[in-house]
Design a protein around this ligand. Structure first.
Ligand code: SF4
Length: 272
């Protein structure tokens, strides 16, 4: 979330939004302490796989793509990261088999590619709020969405994942915000019309025999309208509350744990 007070624009990055829906306080602290809000080494395995997929989709051969994936790990492990779930050696060790599974089980199903790692920053709409905008000729706040789409084909928006377990498809259809954001972007930038076909192309992590899971998700203009409604609320809350005081702390998911939240030690971890 980035507030530009001068131009009255608030930009939501898809990843921050997912964080917010997990726990608003984690999202707030991530803005105040960006250096602390670093990746886990389990997530770094996904970064390596993304690098491999990007290279393959751009026409590189398998060897060059694997080299790029390993290089991505080198860069990530050169950054500070606070949460270690696996050893660094294990991440390097597992990467080739995850990439091989993506190559074997997902790549043949991707379709005709029109864009890879596509960045977007688009206007979703404007909010008018008398409670915020007390001056007589106020300018409305613009809500924008930004992110990076892994792959767009002629008829599908793809996102690559590395998951620790298979996920129920209905959960993604019902709750996932990423397909809504990316489908919106596809309608504005790639001529897609609703309903938009989005797919998670996931590798279920395993050392020797990782399995694929492709989950199709459909998004309509009503999902877009609901997202705008949600963002209006988040924007009003942020403008009124500011960022100095704590926001709601939500611990009703496995992501509120020492393994997944970098703020654990100074938050729930102080107590339990
Ligand atoms: S420890 Fe739990 S409640 Fe606290 S910021 Fe992290 S996810 Fe939120």
């Amino acid at each position: 979330m980035k507030l530009d007070y001068e131009n009255r624009t608030v930009t939501y990055r898809q990843s921050w939004l997912s964080n917010y829906f997990d726990c608003p306080e984690k999202a707030r602290r991530g803005l105040l302490e960006p250096d602390a809000d670093t990746s886990t080494d389990a997530a770094i395995l996904g970064t390596g796989l993304h690098a491999y997929a990007e290279c393959r989709l751009l026409g590189e051969d398998r060897a060059a793509s694997m080299a790029a994936a390993l290089n991505a790990l080198d860069i990530e492990f050169g950054q500070p990261h606070r949460i270690v779930q696996k050893s660094e050696v294990q991440v390097y060790d597992w990467l080739p088999s995850q990439c091989a599974a993506w190559e074997r089980d997902i790549l043949p199903q991707v379709g005709e590619v029109v864009a890879v790692e596509h960045n977007f920053n688009l206007s979703l709409g404007y909010i008018y709020d008398d409670a915020i905008d007390m001056e007589p000729d106020f300018v409305p706040w613009e809500i924008r969405l930004s992110g990076q789409i892994d792959c767009v084909t002629t008829d599908t928006v793809w996102d690559w994942k590395t998951w620790g377990r298979e996920k129920p498809a209905w959960e993604q259809q019902r709750w996932a915000v990423q397909p809504t954001v990316y489908s919106f972007a596809a309608t504005r930038e790639f001529g897609f019309t609703y309903p938009v076909n989005f797919k998670f192309g996931a590798i279920i992590k395993a050392k020797a025999n990782p399995k694929p899971q492709i989950i199709p998700v459909t998004r309509t203009d009503l999902h877009e309208q609901w997202l705008f409604d949600q963002l209006r609320g988040i924007t009003r809350q942020a403008l009124k509350l500011g960022f100095e005081d704590e926001w709601t702390k939500r611990d009703q998911s496995a992501l509120c744990s020492a393994d997944w939240c970098v703020f654990w030690d100074t938050c729930k971890g102080k107590y339990l």
